[in-house]
Design a protein around this ligand. Sequence first.
Ligand code: CMP
Length: 140
Amino acid sequence: MAIERTLSIIKPDATRRNLTGKINQRFEDAGLRIVAQKRIQLTPSQAEGFYAVHKERAFFNDLCTFMTSGPVVVQVLEGEDAIAKNREVMGATNPAQADEGTIRKDFAEDIEANSVHGSDAPETAAEEIAYFFSGLELVG
Ligand code: CMP
């Protein structure tokens, strides 16, 4: 297995409920290392740019409104097979379908306010990391 990096976002529903530490604990317990992290307030154009791949979807406007409704924590997680491992720790997009013990099962409010985002493939991970971080900010 290769050492990978993946982009993670702790979403506004989770920062609002002060869950950043509890969620970070899940990542670290799974062997993922937080090699970059910052708490930011997304602007509408930053949220729209990040989710541009979904711009034709019915949920796009609501999703961008939600993602700008409060602070988010953007972070880079590093570890063996980090992309798949993070998706395992997060659970399914819809918390109603998420496995027991996953972040979304335990913390998500609904399919939109689902507490965390994680990259889905190596190419998107590289693009998403570069969207928020410069190379100098990644300290492994
Ligand atoms: P995320 O992994 O950040 O990727 C896209 C986001 O769109 C997803 O998590 C959800 O927060 C949100 N979303 C809202 N409605 C839907 C839906 N019907 N299907 C998929 N994603 C949705």
